[in-house]
Design a protein around this ligand. Structure first.
Ligand SMILES: [Fe+2]
Length: 291
């Protein structure tokens, strides 16, 4: 008979007035009872960014916890997947002994939601800080519920039925606003990637709240709109949504596991001195088609 291991009561502490909360009193390397899992899930939905501190997780434990939220997706950049555990994507400046990069080195240094360029973008991502620099390499999050709520009524009406076009290939080729260096894609990888078209305002499937759903990383045009007009509208929405009043800056601690909600939050990695190692491992939970 399986005897459930008692989990201490979970305490949730807000990290900022904008978004983000810290869940204290949980050790994900041990079996997790259903009540504690539900409390974690609730805290995640409420905060959009949930931080679980000091989680000494093996890749297998990271994957097992992530799967409680749904099936996981496997990233197209297959050279950066954890050996033998393809559900884990490595974001790192560490090199293999032969000099090849072990992971995405400068991943996400632009505003984006993960993989909005697919038909059913991920629900969320769980990023585990295996090794972090003493300073720098923070992640900034943006609350897209608040960004939507704060739009003038005329803008809400203008974008209510518009759809944005999202592309990973365009972002690699510098066609999106961010244009950061992201390495190269092989023809095989490009073949797997097509544009995705999503409503610019989406309703969160679990909270029922409306959120703005365009991002500078991958949204590069507006369906049915001329290029200049579409870009001008997108630029206006990007500038609006990235105001300080909608942001929470996460300063990582070693072994943080941070779970963010891609459906209502953007994020942006920041730089750090390359003499330090920043080694992170990510799982990505599949999500629904935005509506
Ligand atoms: Fe990201």
């Amino acid at each position: 008979m399986n005897v459930p291991i008692a989990t201490p009561p979970l305490t949730v502490r807000p990290l900022s007035p904008v978004m983000g909360a810290e869940a204290i009193g949980v050790d994900l390397s041990r079996p997790l009872d259903e009540a504690t899992f539900q409390a974690i899930h609730r805290a995640f939905l409420d905060a959009s960014v949930l931080v679980l501190r000091d989680q000494r997780l093996t890749p297998e434990q990271h994957v097992a916890f992530s799967k409680r939220f749904g099936p996981l997706s496997i990233h197209v950049k297959d050279e950066f997947l954890y050996p033998g555990i393809p559900e884990i994507l490595i974001l790192s400046n560490r090199k293999h002994p032969d000099g090849r990069p072990m992971g995405f080195e400068d991943a996400g240094r632009y505003w984006h939601t993960d993989m909005s360029y697919v038909e059913e973008p991920p629900l969320g991502s769980l990023l585990h800080a295996v090794e972090i620099p003493p300073v720098g390499g923070d992640t900034i999050f943006c609350n897209m519920y608040l960004a939507y709520d704060a739009l003038p009524d005329a803008m809400k009406a203008r974008i209510a039925s518009l759809r944005g076009v999202h592309s990973f290939v365009a972002s690699f080729e510098g066609k999106t606003k961010a244009g950061a260096s992201r390495g190269t894609l092989t023809d095989e990888q490009k073949k797997k990637l097509t544009d995705a078209v999503h409503p610019m305002v989406r309703t969160h499937p679990e909270t029922g709240r409306k959120a703005l759903y365009v991002n500078p990383g991958f949204t590069y045009k507006v369906e049915g709109m001329g290029e200049a007009e579409g870009l001008a509208l997108l630029e206006e929405l990007f500038a609006h949504s990235t105001q300080d009043r909608f942001l929470y800056r996460h300063v990582w601690q070693p072994h943080d596991l941070v779970f963010w909600d891609n459906r209502c939050a953007m994020h942006h990695a920041t730089t750090y001195e390359p003499r330090y190692i920043r080694h992170m491992q990510r799982t990505t939970v599949k999500g629904d088609r935005p509506v």
